[in-house]
Design a protein around this ligand. Structure first.
Ligand SMILES: Nc1ncnc2c1ncn2[C@@H]1O[C@H](COP(=O)(O)OP(=O)(O)OP(=O)(O)O)[C@@H](O)[C@H]1O
Length: 651
């Protein structure tokens, strides 16, 4: 029975047990070496020496910056190395995610850890191919090597690790075929190979235990094998390849048929092209290019003259980046709304209706003169950031497809305007005309939680620390609880609808819109947050909101994007994935790599995970109410007490 990673106090439990039964194996490293050389000691000691030597070889190769603080003679005390007394204190786990490891895993290193169960080296910069002697680690259950720069072929014979349960090799540079032998891993629960350069057909994988799977964004081609275990995974698991068949589009003609023979045939054909043919193609290509350039130049010249003569009434819709780059005020006839100062025939076309207690003082004219940039396009319309001449900044949501009469619109919006809470984005004003419906909100300076978590993954990224994540979760929970206690269902809880101020106070946006735009088709709404019982996206219950909030908590904990409706899907089914993870011994693997830098947060993270899992319970009745969620988050965060902030490790 595998041990849990954390015990009740949040301390790694195997570490605790190891500490109890730890014995000093060797007095000094020199002694280790002399023992190794003579090897007249019992076999277990030799094996332990192999572990030590293997780890030293690994460190020497991948830790040039000497970031691994592996000192002392007892490998079981080295950070990231775990032993088990069940295996006579042999190394059973190596967990070094995000430790800046760099270089290749050499032969004679990890391949010496013959009792290894868990190899977690994700999010490093490991490169080169996997050493063949990893075959010696025949007890391996979990391999996490995602987000490295590993390359070469995948091991041909995966059945050399018959106990494998979790394999994540995603986001590396592996090439060549997906080995058929994977199909023989009958305990496998998760297989992630997405984001590599794997090619050829997808072999038949029929493993009943498989619950998580992706081969997206490789170069695979041909039919998706029609097996019962692959049939349950959505399109996103296969997208970004040249695959066809369920759940992607049907295979048509020869183009989608398994390709190894086709491609080798066509390569052969290319090789046989004569020099004359090549010259002909080159000359033809040159003239075609010349012709295309000419057409482009003519089109550009024509475009410019048209622009000068005819003002575009919707500049931000058609050329967002130009509008931002030009940065100028939008003129009266070229404005956010598209409402020309002279075009509308409605008597109160200029009326921007402010709600009671608004601290803003501007009218439609001012809004039309504001400079604007597109914040994003959502399912109900486009959102703009508008900077008014008096310096005020507001967010303007230009609703599309609102087909209700003025009176009904005003009634609905007046109800929405009465919802006032520090964790709701304040609605300031609205505008209604036959052509345009606008909602004006307070602008939230720190953008959305989605952008904060998933945007800017470059070196300039500021990590989102644990306390801030808890603060954001709590604010969002309070906002949703306020809506629920007023009988309102949000219907679209997701990270792009949680907006943040400078101090990371979080507010819920887009509340009360479901009623306004009920006629809008909602095909492109995000599905990753949708509760399983919801079949009509506009008819959601408060319990479905709680499910969505649970997914949002999982997003905060894992840093992963929940699966999207769109085909450019980077996400996964978060509740399903996390469930499969926590059933195993590797709870620690779910947490965002960014969080591993902070001290003393394991217990809180595990508690937050429990709250999230309660929220995403498949049955609505089993989910807590939002008020209970707020209480649980409060218990966990103890916000307002004198808790010191969580510091990065090593400080
Ligand atoms: N008041 C605001 N302050 C700052 N940014 C905002 C504001 N309102 C919306 N945004 C940002 O504008 C973008 C578009 O928002 P919008 O609500 O129109 O679409 P969405 O949230 O992406 O999708 P959906 O329509 O399904 O809610 C999002 O990135 C959102 O974070």
């Amino acid at each position: 029975m595998p041990e849990p990673v954390f015990d009740a106090s949040g301390t790694p439990s195997h570490m605790a047990s190891i500490c109890q039964r730890r014995y000093t194996v060797f007095a000094a490293f020199s002694l280790i070496l002399s023992l190794w050389n003579s090897c007249s000691v019992p076999e277990v000691m030799c094996s332990l020496l192999n572990d030590t030597n293997g780890l030293i070889a690994f460190k020497n190769s991948v830790d040039p910056g000497k970031g691994l603080n592996w000192t002392g003679t007892d490998v079981c005390r080295w950070p990231g190395i775990y032993c088990s007394n069940q295996t006579m204190l042999r190394v059973t786990e190596i967990r070094l995610p995000g430790r800046g490891l760099y270089g290749t895993i050499p032969l004679g290193s990890l391949g010496q850890l013959t009792e290894l169960r868990v190899m977690s080296l994700r999010s490093n910069k490991l490169s080169g191919s996997l050493p063949v002697d990893l075959a010696n680690c025949s007890f391996l259950r979990s391999i996490y090597l995602q987000f490295n720069e590993l390359s070469g072929l995948l091991p041909r014979n995966f059945t050399q690790w018959p106990n494998l349960v979790h394999v994540d090799l995603s986001f590396n540079n592996f090439s060549g075929p997906v080995p058929r032998s994977i199909g023989g891993l009958n305990q496998l629960k998760s297989l992630f190979l997405q984001g590599n350069s794997l090619s050829g057909p997808l072999p038949s994988i029929n493993i009943p235990s498989l619950t998580s799977f992706s081969v997206a964004n490789n170069n695979l081609s041909g039919h998706i094998p029609n097996t019962s275990s692959l049939g349950g995974f959505g399109r996103a698991a296969f997208s970004g390849n040249s695959l066809c068949g369920f759940p992607l589009q049907e295979c048509t003609g020869e183009t989608n048929l398994p390709s190894p023979f086709q491609s080798s045939a066509s390569i052969g054909h290319h090789r046989k092209l004569s020099a004359g043919a090549i010259a002909g193609i080159s000359i033809g290509g040159f003239f075609l290019l010349l012709l295309l350039s000419l057409v482009c130049v003519l089109l550009c010249m024509h475009g410019r003259s048209t622009k000068q003569n005819q003002p575009n009434p919707y500049p931000l819709q058609t050329s967002d980046t130009n509008a931002i780059a030009e940065g100028g005020a939008v003129s009266r006839t070229e404005n956010i709304t598209g409402v020309s100062g002279v075009a509308s025939s409605e008597p109160d076309r200029n009326k921007l209706v402010f709600f009671e207690g608004s601290r803003y003082a501007f009218d439609l004219e001012d809004l039309l003169r504001a400079s604007a940039e597109v914040l994003g396009k959502g399912s109900v319309g486009t959102a703009y950031k508008a900077i008014l001449e008096n310096g005020s900044i507001v967010a303007v949501k230009r609703l599309k497809d609102v087909n209700i009469e003025r009176m009904e619109f005003e009634q609905q919006i007046s109800g929405v305007s009465k919802l006032k809470h520090e964790n709701l984005v304040p609605l300031i004003a609205y505008y209604y005309s036959r052509e345009e419906k606008l909602l004006v909100y307070e602008y939230m300076t720190n953008g959305s939680l989605s952008a904060l978590l998933h945007g800017n993954k470059g070196v300039s990224r500021t990590p989102l620390d644990w306390d801030t994540r808890v603060k954001i979760a709590r604010g969002a929970a309070l906002g949703i609880d306020y809506l629920h206690s007023n009988g309102i269902t949000h219907g679209n809880i997701k990270s792009s609808n949680i907006l943040l101020t400078n101090n990371y106070n979080s507010s819920v946006s887009d509340y009360g819109l479901a009623q306004l735009v009920s006629t809008t088709p909602a095909a492109n709404r995000t599905v990753g947050y949708r509760a399983p019982e919801v079949t009509d996206v506009w008819k959601v219950t408060q319990k479905a909101d709680i499910y969505s909030f649970g997914v949002l908590l999982l997003e905060l904990l894992t840093g992963r994007v929940p699966s999207q409706a769109s085909m450019s899907d980077k996400g996964i089914d978060l509740p399903r994935w996390v469930q499969s993870v926590v059933r195993e011994e590797w709870t620690a693997e779910v947490f965002d790599i960014e969080l591993t830098r902070y001290q003393d947060i394991e217990e809180e993270m595990v508690q937050m995970l429990q709250i999230a899992m309660a929220c995403v319970a498949p049955s609505p009745d089993q989910r807590p109410s939002m008020m209970q969620v707020v209480r649980m988050v409060d218990d966990l965060s103890k916000i307002g007490t004198d808790q010191p902030p969580k510091l990065p490790k090593g400080t």
